[in-house]
Design a protein around this ligand. Structure first.
Ligand SMILES: Nc1nc2c(ncn2[C@@H]2O[C@H](COP(=O)(O)OP(=O)(O)OP(=O)(O)O)[C@@H](O)[C@H]2O)c(=O)[nH]1
Ligand SMILES: [Mg+2]
Length: 299
């Protein structure tokens, strides 16, 4: 398919066109995740740019913000009547409650375009979840996307975390995340691509984002970005071929998240017990050596 056909397909995509109709869904949410600075906002700007024929480059999503985020905003950017991109906030540090935050965003349990402060305790996480139930937005079909800059290799200790994120995306949404490798001209991306495929990623795309500094359109760059959107829509079409119930899907995501938070709480308690035991052992050792010294002295 050439870039013109790809662009038309994307613009005309509707959830009503599948063999089973829209089944109660009215929007496809492309949920973007990734470490700070890997190109999520730039990918959003690039997607908007390639869909607008001849329009100027515009920075819809602010590029290059600092990593530290206290208040978290999941920002949404409408691409077409049916497709919306969501810029989720990532966390540089990944304790179990912070991964819960990622899954809460993925499951669409945190509000869009409103700042949310997410603390590190069980009750905060649960209370945020309860608030989300006030206005359940179950009519969004979620497609996860993971953005990674090819300039960075994946550190050994990050592989397990990333691997479980990829697996959990499938458990929560029914699809493996689409991996988008950005900055494709700056390094050899083949090893990175293989690593992601070993983690079971089914679709790995490479793009060179359009940025403020360099947004001269070329056929290759534009086609790559359109192909990314198109493959996300293929996943959406595949999900819609199966009988679905938006309410049940949301309940499934909620159960997944509650289990995850429960495990995180247990892990936190175990860690606390381990630390206390370590301290007790240290204290005992000090006491023992004191008595031993005293005993020796008396002899
Ligand atoms: N050359 C090149 N630069 C890129 C590409 N993608 C992003 N950048 C640059 O990388 C820097 C970070 O990009 P952002 O889009 O802000 O990254 P982000 O993932 O949104 O970062 P946070 O919002 O901090 O999480 C910016 O200076 C971009 O111009 C790309 O494909 N090619
Ligand atoms: Mg950003």
């Amino acid at each position: 398919m050439n870039h013109i056909q790809l662009r038309e397909n994307i613009k005309n995509f509707s959830l009503d066109d599948g063999p089973r109709g829209n089944q109660g869904f009215n929007r496809v949410l492309l949920q973007l995740f990734g470490l700070p600075g890997h190109g999520k906002s730039s990918l959003i700007n690039s997607c908007k740019y390639v869909l607008e024929d001849g329009g100027p480059f515009f920075e819809y999503a602010k590029v290059g913000r600092p990593d530290r985020v206290e208040t978290m905003v999941r920002r949404s950017y409408q691409l077409t009547d049916t497709i919306t991109l969501v810029d989720n906030r990532g966390c540089p540090k990944m304790n179990n409650f912070e991964t819960a935050e990622i899954y809460a965003q993925l499951g669409n349990f945190l509000p869009l375009d409103i700042g949310v402060v997410w603390r590190e305790s069980y009750s905060d996480v649960v209370s945020n979840l309860e608030q989300a139930e006030m206005e359940p937005n179950e009519s969004d079909l979620i497609i996860p996307v993971f953005v990674y800059n090819v300039k960075h290799s994946i550190p050994e200790e990050g592989i397990a975390e990333l691997s479980s994120f990829i697996t959990n995306c499938r458990l929560m949404t029914g699809v493996y995340p689409i991996i988008v490798l950005t900055n494709k001209h700056s390094a050899d991306y083949l090893t990175l691509e293989k690593t992601f495929r070993r983690m079971r990623a089914e679709v790995v795309m490479t793009v060179e984002n359009y940025t403020n500094e360099d947004h001269m359109k070329t056929l290759g760059r534009t086609t790559d970005i359109l192909k990314f959107i198109d493959s996300a829509l293929n996943n959406a079409k595949y999900l819609m071929e199966q009988p679905r119930n938006p309410k049940k899907d949301r309940i499934g995501r909620r159960l997944f998240l509650l289990n995850h938070i429960h495990d995180a709480k247990l892990a936190q308690q175990e860690e606390q017990i381990r630390k206390e035991e370590e301290q007790r052992a240290k204290r005992n050792q000090t006491n023992t050596s004191f008595w031993r010294k005293l005993f020796r002295h008396k002899q």
